[in-house]
Design a binder for this molecule. Sequence first.
Ligand SMILES: CC(C)(COP(=O)(O)OP(=O)(O)OC[C@H]1O[C@@H](n2cnc3c(N)ncnc32)[C@H](O)[C@@H]1OP(=O)(O)O)[C@@H](O)C(=O)NCCC(=O)NCCS
Length: 225
Amino acid sequence: MKTKRSKAFIRINMLLKSLSKRTLLIILLTVVAIPTSYGIYRLIDRWYQATAILTEPPETVKGSVITLRLFKEEYFIDYHNMFSNAARHGLAFPEVITLGYTIQYLRSELQRVREGKMLLYAIFDNKDNVLIGTIEIRELNDIDPGQEGVWLNEKYWGGGRFQEALKLITNVYFRLHPNEKRYITYVHLWNKRSYAAHKKAGLKDVGYFYEDGKAVYYILEMPRP
Ligand SMILES: CC(C)(COP(=O)(O)OP(=O)(O)OC[C@H]1O[C@@H](n2cnc3c(N)ncnc32)[C@H](O)[C@@H]1OP(=O)(O)O)[C@@H](O)C(=O)NCCC(=O)NCCS
């Protein structure tokens, strides 16, 4: 006695035999070729998005834990409220700052952006959707030591936010500067957390910056990946 399973098998067999070889080939190609081509397209698109040369910085760069947004005047107040004492300390900023000080400082930062001397992004937390810090890469210059600068409000330290923000801005920087082989950053010798964070992100030690014969900063470089 034939089981239900073997009956079904016979039916499928008969159906396949009734189809021409050409029809079978078309079905096979549809089932295999379309998903494969889509997969290849996605891979090429991802590769292109990660490596293609840029002439303008993208307005928004979305990551999985944070999003970078080009810095603008409407962020001034949120910046001031989040730029806490702990965040300022890491950058050797004054202990107390007024809103007026912040606005004046940020206006000069935006002026440098307009002059093409700096890439400056606000960092937004994806979960809370609030501004939690900023990250910048400056063109090499004689005024500021180093090129990269970053801060996050201390409530958002850890959790991979800095690591992702640095990875995303680094990608934008090298795509805007196809001939640059590296950028550098200076970290105060006493800023152990920042030093550890930058090393973890892939920056390499290249030496120290001295003031009055005394080492005061680690000099680190990010090589083009
Ligand atoms: C610098 C900054 C952006 C880094 O962000 P973060 O989220 O704290 O960085 P991460 O969590 O990725 O890395 C910090 C690492 O330092 C380690 N660390 C913390 N305190 C440390 C210390 N005293 N000594 C050594 N390592 C320390 C942490 O354990 C962590 O490493 P792990 O993830 O392997 O455990 C953030 O701390 C900050 O905004 N600081 C104030 C502003 C500042 O200093 N800016 C940089 C100026 S150069």
